[in-house]
Each structure stands twice: as C-alpha cells, then as structure tokens.
Write a protein that binds this ligand. Structure first.
Ligand SMILES: O=C(O)CCC(=O)C(=O)O
Ligand SMILES: [Fe+2]
Length: 239
C-alpha cells in the first residue's frame, strides 16, 4: 500500500459551498458553528469548528511541539522514496513511515526522544466530538507545502477501529478525496478549510482517502503558507 499513488476516478463535488477565505485568521473572529455536514455514513465535516482565535492558539501549540519534535521528511516503505508531506507527532505514540513499513513508535525517528504531549485543547475537542471512552494516543502532524499531496490510502495501522479518526485543518485550503472501502470504489472530493474538523468513522472508518492538492495563498494563518493537518487517532482498544 502506498499513500502517494494518484487518486482514481475523480468525480469532483463540493458539498461545502463556503467561502474559501472564511476561518482565515486575518478575516476576524469567526463564530463557532454547530453545523455538521454528513459526507457519507460515518464521515462528518464540522465546518469552521475552530474559530480564528482557537486556530491561532493551536498553531502556537504546534510550533512548540515542532521545536521539541521537529518536522522531518519520512520515507516510503520498500522504495525509500521521500514523502512530499513533512511530519511529526505528539502523544504517547507517533505514526511513522520508513523503509520497514508503517507503524507506531514511542520516540521521534530523528531525535530519539519521546513525542511531546497532545495539547489539552485537542484532547478536549476529541472528547466533545467523538464521545469515545478513551483519549487519542497519537496526534500526527502533517505539513503540506505548496506542492505536497497524499495519495489514496486507508488509516489501518490502529487496532481500535471503533474509534473515529479526527482531523483538524489549519492554514491553506486542501482538496480532500474520499473513496469507499475498496481502492477501486468511486471517489468524491471536497475542500477542507482552516478550522474545519473532519471525522472518519463508523462504516467508513477504513475508507480510502487522500489529499489531491492544497490551494496556496488561501489562508494567512501560517506565516510561510502551506497547510497543517492534525490527525488524532486511538491506536489500542479502550479499557
Ligand atoms: O491531511 C489530511 O487532511 C489527511 C491526512 C491523512 O489522511 C493521514 O495522515 O492519514
Ligand atoms: Fe489518512
């Protein structure tokens, strides 16, 4: 399985017909909305779940995390080809990719140090929106520069498949592609904006998904542009 293969049968539809600039930290406080968009069974988008101030605060947390556990360029299993996405983690477990495969590790592959803690605000967000009886064990931090992308893949390295995957977008807008449980299933795409939260769970916990591209210059949240994605996952079954 590779996460950098091209997305198949693109059938573009955008269920979130919102202003791509909304939630941009520079455009003033955005109200917290309780809007939810049902994308597919078990797949829910919470547009603008994080208002501008919360995005700024979270970004400051992620900067501190990246000071302690620097973003690095992972390599792919077998081929050793580099990812276009740079990564780090926080939490007791960090998701890593290298020639030996995909797995969870307790330490940073470059520094050898334990991962920093998951910020309290993310733990609270997890409790609020998942109602899962145990906290996430991993927060994968993905950084997408202008040309970075992530091919269709499934998040399948976790045993706790009853827990959803919760992801938070910060910075430039991304085109997210969602398929089905088989690689050849039809896909659809929609945009993820800064402050959006996406839940992938239920019947679609193991659905194929990926990032086709980011749209440079759509947010001023990150000083140098690009997009951060924070993915919270429960790895081991609760209890
Ligand atoms: O960047 C995203 O929104 C998705 C990231 C993702 O699917 C992953 O890290 O497994
Ligand atoms: Fe994923």
């Amino acid at each position: 399985m590779t996460r950098e293969t091209g997305a198949n049968s693109p059938t573009s539809s955008d269920p979130t017909s919102r202003d791509p600039e909304s939630g941009n930290a520079a455009s003033g406080p955005a109200p917290v909305t309780a809007t939810t968009v049902d994308i597919a069974p078990g797949v829910t988008l919470l547009p603008q779940r994080l208002p501008a101030e919360a995005q700024q605060a979270l970004l400051a947390d992620i900067r501190r995390i990246a000071d302690e556990a620097p973003l690095y360029t992972p390599t792919m299993p077998r081929t050793g080809k580099e990812w276009t996405v740079r990564m780090t983690n926080c939490g007791p477990l960090g998701w890593v990719s290298d020639r030996d495969g995909y797995r969870y590790e307790t330490t940073h592959p470059v520094t050898g140090r334990p991962w920093p803690q998951i910020p309290e605000t993310l733990l609270a967000l997890w409790d609020e929106v998942t109602a899962y009886p145990a906290p996430p064990e991993c927060c994968l931090v993905n950084y997408y520069a202008d040309k970075a992308r992530m091919g269709l893949h499934r998040d399948e390295d976790e045993e706790a498949r009853d827990a959803p995957v919760l992801s938070v977008s910060l910075g430039d807008t991304a085109t997210f592609r969602l398929g089905g449980l088989e690689r050849c299933d039809r896909t659809k795409s929609f945009r993820l904006h800064s402050g959006d939260v996406l839940l992938l769970g239920g019947d679609n916990r193991l659905a194929y998904h990926g990032i086709d591209r980011i749209l440079p210059g759509t947010s001023t949240l990150l000083r140098d542009g690009g997009r951060l994605n924070l993915t919270l996952r429960r790895v081991n079954p609760a209890g």
